[in-house]
Design a protein around this ligand. Structure first.
Ligand code: DGJ
Length: 727
């Protein structure tokens, strides 16, 4: 077993190292953890050279015993050194990892090293999703003690042998006799010794998720966040920090995220010495966790990815670890069925006969799964009513007949749910108004006519759980789409005391995870897809439970192309629902090709397609079917970004370099010009056939010369090019 974590007793340095990276920090003479380095797998570091700042005056302190001036011998500068676990209320004003208020209202928080242990394996979080303890993975757990209060911090640093990343997790234990209030508990902190970085982040909106934005980092604090109760359309919980001269394939870059689906903050703070501090954690806005004596609080798991090979190195590490250590193994490489989802085709306007006809047509589209979306339950014919009433609307549909019909035609059957919501017009609300989130004494915000189910209330989740399992136990269902169609507002829960209202956002998330976990583990063979008004909850937390996510409600192929391009920077293609819709910006062939690098599917009434359109879609479906495994498990290369030019190209190459699939689109009509599409990731010595010009070239030719696209291009002219090794 390769040893990856070392402690040098003499210098008190910790080093986590594998073949991709090394992460160094040390325990200084005041027992403060000082950060040293995250980067290439260095065999050693020079402690003095790394810590020496030319600001001597701040190395002194007033000795508590003598009242005389003392000075740190080992180059520690209050408020200036790079830190591992920055405190609050003392000299470091650049952003704290923890803010803890005790019963005396003291908020000064400063954790000092006590001891550590190194062990094989990693922590698993009992109430939250996290990466799996598998393969050669080792953890350094450091025990720290607050300077003035009896509060312990267990800070875990985990390293896998095969990935260029460090996982972080923190646990706070209250050993005081009185309760404490945790006002901030971040998952990770990284101090970087420069401000010469750019930030890439992924803000957006409904139908406009995860736009890729690059900006320079400069002095001051920048916070990327969600305070919407879900990871949100507005900002995805991922940030890339790259050295300014780093590019797609070269240079030093870092990615930061955590395995969580609720409110988050990613704080990036550049101080006067040009040090950049990056922190990730539960958003501390409206967060105050009461921790009783002898109880503990665990943060979500944070991750820091390091790449010496540019942005693409980040993407590949994130994809690999997500596929190999996070997503349910049972599904991750399994063929995901081509689905036809009823939503865009007929919304809630259906009955049994209409659906049966629909299903007959679905077969002609080579689909493998039919999904009955919203509108099958309670009294639901529009979005005013029935969320919370998970019983079949037998006046509207005969669900058994529909399912049997699907199965008799060899199609799988899927059903839509939105379990974490409740309509005021529902039996559930009428019988249990207390299950709805918010203070009933004030007017609550409605969004899509619905309130949020109070998943902090155990009785509410038990009720919805038993309703859902009654459906799933009694009907032969192969797939579930798990939707979540509004942001969380009115975060007031009747299930907890008034003084606990600052816990509600996190409790909602824990309750949702519990409900989801109970259901997905009860039905290990049902394929679950997460959705939140499109891609409003596309995050590592949800991917732990559900292997795929509906990427966006946007059906315009031009817009989807942007959304899917940048989403695939963060999340594997095997997680991205990518359906062909009825939107007429482009012809069906183009729309289908754009949907091919993801989980291919349809979102239209098959009757509305003529024979030519059907054939165009079916041609692409067959490309998808024979390349499914490649799409799910290959290495992704972002060749041409639509965010900076008029072209988009995305390539996936199998791990064994025998196969590739490349998507190219142009975004506006282009005249003839010299234009060669250079590929990546092939074996330079091997010959590959391509389905574009039907020639075979050496890998080096594709990568150095490229595929000849020297021609005029029409608007959204799109190619899907298969690359196959020649024996
Ligand atoms: C939002 C989803 O993104 C859609 O695909 C659809 O399922 C609707 N909700 C149904 O209400």
């Amino acid at each position: 077993m390769v040893i990856m974590i070392n402690f040098d007793r003499q210098r008190k340095t910790f080093c986590l190292r594998n073949r991709y990276l090394s992460y160094w920090f040390y325990v200084n003479e005041a027992n403060i953890l000082q950060h040293l380095f995250l980067g290439s797998p260095l065999a050693d570091i020079n402690l003095l050279a790394l810590t020496n700042l030319d600001t001597d005056w701040s190395r002194t302190y007033l000795d508590k015993n003598t009242n005389l001036e003392g000075s740190y011998q080992d180059a520690f500068y209050d408020g200036k050194s790079m830190m591992e676990i920055p405190g609050f209320g003392y000299a470091d004003k650049r952003g704290a990892s923890f803010i803890i208020e005790d019963s005396n209202k003291n908020v000064a928080t400063d954790f000092r090293y006590v001891s550590h242990r190194i062990y094989q394996g990693k922590p698993l979080l009992s109430q939250m999703p996290c990466f799996r303890d598998e393969g050669n993975v080792q953890t350094l757990e450091i025990t720290l003690q607050d300077l003035k209060r009896d509060i312990t911090l267990l800070a875990s640093y985990t390293i896998y042998e095969d990935y260029s990343l460090i996982l972080r997790n923190n646990q706070i234990i209250n050993n005081e006799e009185q309760p404490i209030i945790i006002r901030r508990a971040y998952s990770l902190n990284l101090d970087l010794p420069s401000k010469d970085y750019s930030l890439i982040h992924f803000p957006g909106d409904w139908c406009n998720e995860r736009r890729e934005v690059e900006e320079e980092i400069d002095y001051g604090l920048k916070r990327l966040y969600s305070n919407l109760g879900r990871s949100s359309h507005e900002e995805n919980p991922f940030a890339f920090i790259k050295e300014k001269d780093a590019g797609e394939y070269q240079g030093t870059c870092y990615a930061f995220s955590f395995v969580y689906s609720g409110n988050f903050a990613i704080d990036i703070n550049v101080d006067k010495l040009k040090m950049t501090r990056v922190q990730v954690g539960i958003n501390d806005e409206q967060f105050a966790w009461n921790l009783a004596s002898k109880q503990s609080f665990v943060t979500p798991e944070g991750l820091i990815v390091y790449s010496a090979k540019g942005i693409n190195g980040l993407t590949q590490t994130i994809h690999d670890i997500t596929r190999e250590k996070l997503i349910n193994k049972h599904f991750v490489n399994k063929d995901r069925p081509i689905m036809l989802n009823s939503w865009e085709g007929c919304y809630m306007d259906f009955n049994t006969e209409k659906i049966i006809r629909y299903i007959d047509d679905v077969v002609s589209m080579d689909a493998e799964l039919f999904v009955l979306d919203d509108g099958w339950f309670g009294q639901r014919n529009d979005d005013n009513t029935s969320l919370g009433d998970w019983t079949v609307n037998t006046q509207k549909i005969d669900l058994k007949r529909i399912i049997e019909h699907c199965h008799s035609l060899g199609l799988k059957f899927g059903l839509w749910f939105e379990p974490e919501m409740i309509n005021p017009q529902s039996d559930l609300f009428r019988h249990h108004p207390e299950f709805a989130l918010g203070d009933p004494k004030v007017n609550r915000s409605l969004s899509r006519h619905q309130l949020v189910l109070d998943t902090a209330n155990k009785a509410a989740i038990d009720n919805v759980y038993s309703q859902i399992i009654t459906i799933l136990d009694n009907y032969d269902i192969d797939y579930v789409k798990w939707d979540h169609n509004r942001n969380v507002a009115d975060a007031f829960s009747l299930a907890v005391s008034n003084y606990q209202q600052g816990e509600v956002y996190h409790r909602l998330m824990l309750g949702s995870y519990e409900l989801i976990n109970r259901i997905v583990t009860r039905y290990p063979n049902i394929l679950f897809e997460s959705c939140a008004s499109g891609g409003g909850r596309f995050d590592l937390g949800m991917l732990y439970y559900m292997p795929q996510v509906w990427t966006s409600d946007e059906m315009d192929p031009l817009q989807r192309l942007f959304i899917q391009y940048s989403t695939s920077r963060l999340y594997p293609l095997s997680t991205m629902g990518a359906h062909v819709g009825k939107h007429n910006t482009a012809i069906y062939s183009t729309k289908a090709k754009i949907s091919c690098l993801g989980i291919f599917g349809y979102e239209f009434d098959p009757k509305t397609l003529d024979a030519e359109q059907k054939k165009a879609v079916l041609d692409v479906a067959s490309v998808y079917k024979r390349n499914r495994n490649l799409i799910y498990s290959g290495d992704v290369y972002h060749l041409l970004t639509p965010y900076k030019q008029n072209y988009m190209s995305l390539l996936v190459v199998s791990k064994d370099k025998r196969q590739g699939l490349c998507l190219f689109s142009n975004l506006k009509k282009e005249n003839i010009e010299y234009r060669f599409l250079k590929l990546k990731g092939l074996d330079p010595q091997k010959k590959y056939f391509n389905s574009f010009d039907h020639q075979a070239y050496l890998g080096s030719y594709y990568m150095d010369v490229g595929i000849n696209l020297c021609k005029g291009l029409t608007f959204l002219e799109t190619y899907l090019i298969e690359i196959t090794i020649e024996e």
